[in-house]
Write a protein that binds this ligand. Sequence first.
Ligand SMILES: [Fe+2]
Length: 160
Amino acid sequence: MSITTKQEMFERELQKLYHAEIEILDLHSDLATAAASDEVREIFDGHETDTVEQIDRIEVMFEELDLEPRERGSPIMEGLLAEKDEFIAEVADDDLRDLDAISIGMINERLEITLLDRLIMLADELDVPSSVVEYLKKNRDEAQVALSRMQQFLEERRSR
Ligand SMILES: [Fe+2]
């Protein structure tokens, strides 16, 4: 498919975000399993409800835009999942494995934020319903809260 309009680009990015969020459910559950401490497990388990709600919001966005909810895979997301499989399993030290899990979680939230920033920018230029923009912003806010929580964890570990 060749893209010539901002509308088509918006649709493609929304499909990528949709795919990413669905994959993230598995990613988070694997990171929670890999975590050594309850604290890190809690961070990933705690963000699961948010992720389910984010997926629901994306489905409503497709509906409000009169589009089929379609997923589009992207090499970045596949790479992140491969990174998790390849590296976390080889870390035998508990503290280090927690740091690895948090690091992958942070890359993931930053990816979400980047995709959402692009979608919000395109939405501003397109004639999309304001509810769609609000949903995008809500998803971005939640990703930012999750990212801040992970950063805070790193800060606390450092000062221990
Ligand atoms: Fe997230």
